[in-house]
Design a protein around this ligand. Structure first.
Ligand SMILES: [Zn+2]
Length: 153
């Protein structure tokens, strides 16, 4: 058996590896230490594939996972795309924001937001049927879009 890393969402990785990096920290990313970590066309382009970032762990006793072979390498704190994107991540928010924007600019017709979202969902369902796909989403609504009813119509 070989340890290849631990995957999880950011709060989990921060906690179980005792990372000193994060959104509210001076240094955000544990995998790189460039100032413009968010700019994929910036300084990060110049980093070699085998770049070793500076120490991203908190001072004090190491987390138990860091005692595993290679556990001191921050690259073993692996970002889980499922959590980061789909399960509780930015993908849902991005999709919901896109649908709401399209509703606002009239792509799904005009009228109340409820009616626009109903038409958007019908288009979505027609796509799923045509593509032979399935979704667990039952409707597009204020609840599934996670927007308050004060969202401007
Ligand atoms: Zn980074």
């Amino acid at each position: 058996m070989i340890y290849t890393g631990t995957k999880g969402d950011w709060p989990f990785l921060r906690s179980c590896f005792r990372l000193s990096t994060g959104f509210n920290c001076k240094r955000v990313c544990h995998l790189c230490d460039v100032a413009d970590w968010w700019d994929v066309k910036g300084e990060i382009q110049d980093l070699p594939a085998d770049h070793n970032p500076s120490w991203p762990f908190k001072a004090g006793p190491p987390a138990a996972l860091r005692r595993l072979p290679m556990g001191e390498n921050p690259k073993f704190a692996r970002i889980d795309p499922a959590h980061t994107w789909a399960i509780a991540g930015i993908g849902k928010d991005l999709a919901a924001s896109t649908i709401l924007l399209c509703a606002r600019i009239g792509i799904f017709g005009y009228g109340s937001l409820d009616k626009c979202l109903k038409r958007a969902y019908d288009i979505f369902q027609a796509y799923l049927v045509k593509a032979g796909k399935y979704s667990s989403i039952d409707d597009f609504s204020y609840k599934t879009m996670k927007c308050g009813k004060t969202f401007p119509a």
